[in-house]
Design a protein. Structure first.
Lengths: 434, 427
C-alpha cells in the first residue's frame, strides 16, 4: 500500500471516529438538562436585553379551510415571560430527574420545544402576525429535497458507502428532470429521468469506490465538482440557447387530498402538496420499514456493519452495496426533481445551493436512521424557513444565525455534545474479498 | 473506544491508515510498520509493485482521457459540428473540418489565454497570459499545500472554503479599517488572515483530537458556518459592511494593505505568487526535514503505531489542521489583498477551497507536485476565461476536465481497462 505520496488518494477510513485518540465523553445523563438549561438561558437573555410591547397574532387558518380556526392573539411580552417560566420549570424537572437517576421522558423535550418556540415567536413577532400554517408548510417545502437526499444518504451509508455526492445527485436529478419534462411534456417522465440521473451518479460512485477502492470521500467531493461543472457547462451551451424547448417544464402543482386536505391546520400543511411529496411520504415509510423489518434490510445493514461476516454467511457484499446505492441514488435524484419541477419551473446553475450538504448533516444528526434523519431534515427545513419568516416580519435575529444552525448542531452531534452520532462500523470502507 | 472497534479494524484493510513508501520516509515506515501484521506487509508490497510498474503511464493516459472527454463535450455542443453532422454521409470532410475547427479553436484559445498570445504584437503583452496563469496559480498552490499537508497526516481538509472566507474576512477588516504604513499594515493583514484560517481549521483538528469527531464532517459543516458568519459580518458596519450600502460587500482595501505587483502595473501578477513559492519551500522543509514533519508523516501512516512510539497523536492532528488552515487562509488573503482588492464578499473563495483538493490530489501531496499541479490548474483557469470570451465555450468545461483528471488518476486500473492495457499482475 502506499501513500499520499505515491497514490493521489489517501484513505479517510470511513467516517468513524478515530480510535487513535481517546475521546472525552460527556456523561449521557447530563445531556438533556444541559441542553435545556443553555437554551432557556439564551431565551432569558433575549428577553432581558430587549424589550417588546403589543400583541402577537398567530394565524391558525388559511382562507380555504373547511372549518376555520380563530386567530390566537397573545400579549407578546406576557406570553414570552410565561413561556420562559415554563421552560425554567421543565429544565428544573429534567435536573430533578437527573439527580434522582430516573429516566427522562420523551414528552419533556417536546413540551419544552413547543413552549420555547411559542415564547420566542411571540417575543420576536411583537406587533405583527405570524401564519403558523405558512411557517410550517414553508418548512416542509424547504425540507422535502433534504429528506430525499438524507434518505439516499442513510441507505448508502447503512450499506457502508459514504455518499458525499448527495449534492451532485440532487443537482443532476434537477437537471435531468427539467430537460426530460420539457421534451416529453410530462413531469412524471421528468421524475423518472431524475431517478435515472441519481442512479447514474451512484453507479459512478460505486464504480470508483466499490470496484476500484478509491476513497469514498474523495470520489464524493470530486463528483460534486464534476456535476457542478457539467451542468453549468450544458446549461450555458445547450439549455440557455434552447430554453423554450429544453428548459421550460410543466410545473407540478399542489394536489389536495379530498378529506385529509380539509382538516384545519394539518390539511394545508401536509395534504395540499404536489404529488412528489406524497411519493416521499410513501418512500420514508417504505425505507424505514424495509431497512429494519425485511431480509433485504438486514443484509444491507450487515454489509455496512461487518462485511466480512456478511460475506461468510453468503451475502454478496459488493453486489448488495451496488444495489443499495443505486436505489439510494434514485431516491436522491428524485429529490433533485423537486427543485426544477416544483419549487420553480426549470433548471438553473447550481440551483441546489449546497442542500446536499445539509442532507448529509441530517444523515449524521439523524444517527444514520431513516426516521430520525427525516425528522432532522424537517428540523433543518424549519430553521431555514424561520430565518426567512423572521426577517420578513423585521425581527432582529440575524437570519444567518438561524441558517447556520443545522451545521452547528451537526458539529455538536459528531463531537458528542448533543448525543453521540456513530456511523455504521464499515461506513466508507471498501470491501476486498480475501 | 476500544472493544467495539476491534472487529472493524480487522476487516477493514483499506480503512487502515495510510502507509508511506517513499524513499524520504522510509525511516518512518520501518518504524511504524513494525506493528503492522503480515498481511499488511504483503499488501504494501503488492501495492508498491502496482505503482512501480507503469503508474506514470496511467497518469498520462488519465490526463489524455480527461482532455478527450472535454473535446467530446466541446464538439457535441458546437453548432457547426452538429450542422455538418446532419449531412455527414454526403460530405464527411465538412464534418471533420468543423470538428477540427471547434476543438482546435478551443484549445488554441486556451493556450492564448494561459501561456502565449500570438495575436498581439507587443512582446510584453504576448507573454502577459503567462503572468495571468501564475496569478491564478498562487491561491491554488497555497490551498493545495493546506489540503496536501493534512493528507500527509491522513486527514481530510474539505473545509478550504470556510477557512479562506474567515481569513479573507479578517484580512479585509485589517485591510480597510486601519491607516498604517505599508511595512506594518500588509504583514499585519496577512498574519491576521492566516491566524483566522488556522483557528477555523484548528477547530476540526481539536474536535478530532478531543472527541474523535471525523474531520470530513466537521470541516464540511464549518464551511457553511463560516459562510454565514462572514455573511453576517457583511451586514454589520463595525465589522465588514460598507456604510450606506445594502450590498453584502466590504469597502475596498487601503493601498497600504494591497500586495504589490511583481512586474509593474501592466501585469496583474502580484506578490501572492511569491508567497506561494515561499510556502512551497517552507512546507517542503517542514515535511521532509523537521521533527514536526516526521510526526505528521508517522501519524498519517499509522496513528496507533505513532502513539505507541510516543507521539502525541491528538496534538499532531490539531497542529496539522491549524497549519493547513493557515495555508488556506493565505489563499484567502491572496484573493482579498491581491486579486480582488475591491472588497471582500461571500464568493471571495471562487471555488478555490474545493479546487485545492484536486490540486493536492494531482500533486500527490508533495510540495513540488502541488506547485506543478497548481500552475497547471491556474493555466486551465486563465485559459478557460479566454476560451469563454473568444470561442463562447463555457469556462465550466475546465471544472469537468479537472475533476475527471483527478478521478481517473485515482483509479489506474480503470484507465488500464479503458485502454485495454494488460492488467497489473495479481497480488
Amino acid at each position: 500500500m502506499s501513500t499520499t505520496m505515491d497514490r493521489p488518494t489517501p484513505e479517510s477510513g470511513g467516517l468513524a471516529p478515530d480510535d487513535a485518540v481517546t475521546p472525552t465523553r460527556t456523561a449521557g445523563r447530563r445531556k438533556l438538562p444541559t441542553i435545556l438549561g443553555v437554551v432557556t438561558v439564551l431565551l432569558g437573555l433575549r428577553l432581558l436585553t430587549t424589550s417588546r410591547s403589543g400583541d402577537t397574532t398567530f394565524r391558525l387558518a388559511v382562507d380555504s379551510d373547511f372549518a376555520k380556526l380563530p386567530d390566537a392573539v397573545l400579549p407578546s411580552s406576557a406570553t414570552a415571560w410565561l413561556m420562559l417560566v415554563v421552560c425554567l420549570a421543565l429544565t428544573a424537572e429534567a435536573v430533578r430527574r437527573m439527580l434522582a437517576r430516573s429516566r427522562q421522558p420523551l414528552w419533556l423535550p417536546i413540551v419544552f420545544a413547543l413552549a420555547w418556540m411559542i415564547g420566542f415567536l411571540s417575543w420576536e413577532a411583537a406587533g405583527s402576525r405570524i401564519s403558523i400554517v405558512s411557517l410550517l408548510a414553508g418548512a416542509i417545502a424547504l425540507a422535502i429535497p433534504l429528506v430525499f437526499g438524507a434518505l439516499g444518504g442513510v441507505l448508502g451509508e447503512r450499506a457502508g458507502v459514504v455518499n458525499i455526492a448527495i449534492d451532485g445527485q440532487l443537482l443532476f436529478g434537477a437537471f435531468a428532470a427539467s430537460i426530460t419534462a420539457s421534451l416529453t411534456g410530462s413531469p412524471w417522465a421528468g421524475l423518472v429521468a431524475a431517478m435515472a440521473a441519481g442512479a447514474l451518479m451512484a453507479l459512478v460512485l460505486g464504480l470508483f469506490a466499490i470496484t476500484y477502492f478509491v476513497d469514498q470521500v474523495i470520489v464524493g467531493v470530486v463528483l460534486n465538482v464534476l456535476v457542478v461543472g457539467l451542468t453549468n457547462f450544458l446549461f450555458r451551451q445547450v439549455l440557455t440557447p434552447n430554453a423554450e424547448s429544453l428548459n421550460s417544464p410543466e410545473r407540478m402543482r399542489g394536489l389536495p387530498i379530498p378529506v385529509l386536505g380539509d382538516i384545519p391546520l394539518i390539511g394545508p400543511i401536509f395534504f395540499r402538496q404536489p404529488a412528489l411529496v406524497y411519493v416521499l411520504y410513501v418512500i420514508v415509510a417504505l425505507v424505514a420499514w424495509s431497512l429494519y423489518r425485511t431480509r433485504w434490510g438486514l443484509r444491507v445493514r450487515a454489509v455496512g456493519e461487518h462485511p466480512k461476516a456478511a460475506d461468510t454467511v453468503g451475502i454478496k457484499v459488493n453486489r448488495t452495496r451496488y444495489r443499495t446505492i443505486l436505489l439510494a441514488g434514485a431516491i436522491a435524484g428524485l429529490g433533485g426533481a423537486y427543485y426544477s419541477l416544483v419549487s420553480v419551473s426549470g433548471f438553473n446553475r447550481e440551483m441546489t445551493g449546497g442542500a446536499g450538504y445539509i442532507a448529509l448533516a441530517a444523515v449524521i444528526f439523524g444517527k444514520w436512521d431513516p426516521i430520525r434523519a427525516t425528522l432532522a431534515a424537517l428540523l433543518f427545513g424549519f430553521a431555514q424557513n424561520l430565518a426567512g419568516v423572521l426577517s420578513s416580519i423585521g425581527a432582529q435575529i440575524p437570519p444567518q444565525l438561524l441558517l447556520s444552525l443545522p451545521y452547528v448542531i451537526t458539529i455538536f452531534a459528531v463531537a458528542g455534545l448533543v448525543g453521540r452520532s456513530r456511523p455504521p462500523a464499515a461506513d466508507g470502507v471498501a470491501y476486498r474479498q480475501q | 473506544m476500544s472493544d467495539t472497534d476491534k472487529p472493524k479494524q480487522d476487516d477493514a484493510p483499506v480503512g487502515a491508515p495510510v502507509d508511506v513508501a517513499d524513499d524520504s520516509t522510509a525511516d518512518t515506515r520501518a518504524d511504524a510498520g513494525a506493528d503492522a501484521g503480515a498481511d499488511r506487509e504483503a499488501r504494501s508490497r503488492s501495492m508498491l509493485r502496482e505503482i512501480a510498474s507503469g503508474d506514470a503511464l496511467s497518469g498520462v493516459l488519465a490526463v489524455f482521457l480527461a482532455v478527450f472527454v472535454g473535446s467530446v463535450m466541446i464538439a457535441a455542443t458546437d453548432d457547426g459540428v452538429r450542422e455538418t453532422l446532419s449531412y455527414i454521409t454526403a460530405r464527411p470532410s465538412d464534418f471533420f473540418s468543423a470538428l477540427w475547427d471547434a476543438i482546435s479553436g478551443a484549445y488554441s484559445a486556451m493556450f492564448r489565454g494561459a501561456v502565449y498570445n500570438n495575436l498581439v504584437t507587443d512582446p510584453a503583452q504576448q507573454w502577459r497570459p503567462l503572468t495571468e496563469t501564475l496569478k491564478f496559480a498562487g491561491p491554488l498552490i497555497l490551498g493545495g499545500l493546506g489540503v496536501g499537508l493534512a493528507f500527509r497526516a491522513a486527514m481530510f481538509n474539505i473545509g478550504g472554503r470556510g477557512q479562506m472566507l474567515l481569513a479573507g474576512g479578517a484580512a479585509a477588516w485589517i485591510g480597510f479599517r486601519f491607516d498604517l504604513p505599508m511595512i506594518i499594515h500588509l504583514p499585519l493583514a496577512v498574519l491576521v488572515g492566516m491566524l483566522f484560517g488556522a483557528l477555523w481549521g484548528g477547530i476540526a483538528g481539536l474536535l478530532k483530537a478531543r472527541t474523535g469527531a471525523h474531520e470530513v464532517i466537521v470541516t464540511i459543516m464549518l464551511n457553511y458556518v463560516g459562510y454565514y458568519l462572514v455573511f453576517w459580518a457583511l451586514t454589520k458596519e463595525w465589522l465588514l459592511a460598507t456604510p450606506g450600502s445594502v450590498n453584502p460587500k466590504s469597502p475596498p482595501m487601503k493601498d497600504s494593505a494591497i500586495l504589490p505587483k511583481v512586474l509593474g502595473d501592466r501585469f496583474n501578477l502580484h506578490f501572492g505568487f511569491i508567497i506561494a513559492l515561499v510556502a512551497v519551500a517552507v512546507v517542503w522543509w517542514l515535511l521532509n526535514r523537521s521533527t514536526l514533519g516526521y510526526r505528521i508523516r508517522a501519524v498519517g501512516e499509522n496513528p496507533n503505531a505513532a502513539r505507541a512510539s510516543g507521539i502525541n497523536v491528538g496534538r499532531t492532528y490539531t497542529v496539522v489542521m491549524m497549519l493547513g488552515g493557515a495555508l488556506l487562509g493565505l489563499a484567502g488573503v491572496n484573493q482579498v489583498l491581491g486579486t480582488v482588492t475591491s472588497g471582500v464578499s461571500v464568493d471571495i473563495d471562487a471555488g478555490i477551497g474545493f479546487d485545492a483538493i484536486t490540486v493536492a490530489l494531482l500533486g500527490r501531496s508533495r510540495p513540488l507536485g502541488i506547485l506543478a499541479a497548481g500552475i497547471l490548474f491556474g493555466a486551465f483557469k486563465a485559459g478557460g476565461f479566454t476560451m469563454q470570451a473568444s470561442e463562447n465555450i463555457s469556462v465550466d468545461l475546465v471544472l469537468v476536465v479537472q475533476s475527471l483528471i483527478v478521478l481517473f488518476l485515482a483509479a489506474p486500473p480503470l484507465v488500464r481497462a479503458i485502454f485495454r492495457l494488460p492488467a497489473q499482475e495479481a497480488k
